[in-house]
Design a protein around this ligand. Structure first.
Ligand SMILES: [Zn+2]
Length: 200
């Protein structure tokens, strides 16, 4: 049927979101109408705020300060010689939630199914190398490759280990405690925490 215009418009926006199909998008659109005006205002102002987010110039995690660096990169109590490289912002959130990691990060961005690095990812990696050269005297203590234990996660970790050879005293891999094919994002705090502790 021809959906009412506002329903169709919002559903078109929602259906592109991760995990949201066209039917679900329409269901959500009607649900929002049912929530009433205040809830819709709240949602649109929250979405509006997203425009103020920008990527940290060092780890590329989005933040909203006027500063170029995020809270983690600015925090002097975080060990700058230990750097975890991960795929997604949500992986960083999961690792932070374990409260078992006190190093810094580099968010690489979504890895393509071929496992090859995209141009912007090569730039991020280069900026990490520059940072290690300039700020850490050429060598980090440890670089943790925190990728999902899937075949393309393995592939990217192997190629990054080669790429970063010589930039850290130790290059370790997270994921050994995680179920094969599992995802960091969905691991519970305890499983992920022990994968972190037993990295190697
Ligand atoms: Zn940062």
């Amino acid at each position: 049927m021809n959906l009412p215009d506002p329903i169709r418009r919002i559903a078109d926006q929602l259906k592109g979101l991760p995990g949201i199909g066209p039917r679900q998008a329409i269901r959500l659109a009607f649900y929002l109408v049912g929530q009433g005006r205040n809830a819709i205002d709240e949602l649109s102002s929250a979405a509006e705020d997203l425009k103020r987010m920008k990527a940290c110039s060092r780890c590329f995690f989005p933040h909203q300060d006027k500063n170029n660096l995020c809270d983690i990169c600015l925090n002097p109590r975080r060990d700058k010689y230990t750097i975890a490289i991960l795929e997604k912002e949500t992986d960083l959130v999961s690792i932070e939630n374990t409260k078992k990691y006190n190093g810094r990060y580099l968010v690489l961005g979504p890895i393509s199914k071929t496992g090859a690095l995209l141009d912007f990812q090569k730039l991020r990696l280069q900026s990490l190398k520059n940072y290690i050269q300039k700020e850490l005297g050429g060598k980090a203590e440890e670089i943790i490759l925190a990728f999902n234990p899937t075949s393309y996660g393995d592939f990217i970790a192997a190629s990054l280990a080669k790429e970063l050879d010589g930039f850290a005293k130790k290059i370790s891999r997270l994921g050994r405690g995680l179920p094969t094919g599992g995802e960091i994002e969905f691991a519970d705090d305890e499983t992920l925490g022990s994968a972190l502790e037993r990295r190697g």
